[in-house]
Design a binder for this molecule. Structure first.
Ligand SMILES: Nc1ncnc2c1ncn2[C@@H]1O[C@H](COP(=O)(O)OP(=O)(O)OP(=O)(O)O)[C@@H](O)[C@H]1O
Length: 253
């Protein structure tokens, strides 16, 4: 069996006295592409922030790459792309190359100059996401989809083993969303990067992901895509908190 890149055991979380996560158990196997699915306000971002050390771990246990979260230091193994990344206006004074270079600061220190190898890494990352032609352009001049690609490249320069993406297609025009997900698929399959994708819409990613976790305060389902497709409407209704009929593929009467 493959080892887990993320292992979450009995994690609960509340903001003040408001419970947002209850007894979450979740494993993200190495090499998998997991969709963390849940309606608005279901606790997806809260859970991700716990993994990233941005929210405190109140109860339960988390291991990243087999290391207790409280002792984890290899943050360069984890890349993160948030939903608000694509908010630059056209006046933002940084080129695409500079933005992607920021992904190296953890390694080389903010004020050290980049050497040739660093610059090569940045160019390679830009190539991987298909933005090599845009290196000298201002980040604000790019479309939402291109900006998100630039943020993927910024995460890639530190050679992450796990990429966490929180609703990365918010603000990306519909025509670019498919290409964006194809890029993610390539990162997973070709580069072997484990992906944890937070989304409230399974539609566009059904054929890309290997595993699905359905969160709504509790974890209502966790398994591979075949098991997810076998789930019936009653289970989905419990998950969404209202009746679900639209996903009934199996009964034609
Ligand atoms: N800093 C905070 N303080 C208090 N309550 C919060 C805070 N952040 C989030 N919440 C609440 O916790 C619940 C879960 O929020 P969270 O952002 O984790 O959900 P989500 O599934 O990521 O939602 P969305 O898809 O809308 O981003 C929501 O009801 C939200 O209002």
């Amino acid at each position: 069996m493959k080892s887990s890149v993320v292992s979450i055991k009995d994690v609960s979380f509340s903001y003040q006295d408001r419970n947002v996560l209850e007894h979450i158990n979740l494993e993200v196997p190495e090499g998998s592409f997991l969709a963390l699915l849940g309606p608005n306000g279901s606790g997806k971002s809260t859970l991700i922030k716990i993994l990233l050390g941005l929210n405190p771990l109140q109860t339960g246990q988390v291991e990243l790459f087999g290391v207790n979260l409280r002792k984890f230091k290899a943050w360069n193994k984890i890349g993160y792309v948030s939903q608000k990344a694509n908010s630059f206006n056209t006046g933002f004074p940084a080129t695409v190359f500079e933005v992607v270079s920021m992904g190296l600061f953890g390694k080389i220190g903010m004020f050290n100059f980049m050497n040739k190898a660093h610059k090569k890494r940045v160019r390679e990352a830009l190539k991987t996401v298909g933005l090599e032609e845009y290196a000298k352009q201002n980040i604000g001049e790019l479309s939402g989809g291109q900006q998100q690609r630039a943020f993927i490249a910024r995460a890639l320069v530190s050679d992450p083993k796990l990429l966490i993406l929180d609703e990365p297609t918010v603000g990306v025009d519909a025509s670019s969303v498919e290409d964006f997900y194809e890029l993610l698929k390539r990162l997973n399959q070709q580069y072997g990067i484990t992906l944890l994708l937070v989304t409230h819409d399974m539609g566009p990613v059904t054929n890309l992901v290997t595993h699905v976790a359905c969160l709504n305060k509790k974890l209502h389902f966790h398994g591979n895509t075949t098991e997810y497709e076998r789930m019936d409407n009653r289970d989905l209704s419990a998950f969404y908190g209202h009746p679900v009929h639209a996903m009934d593929h199996h009964h034609h009467d």
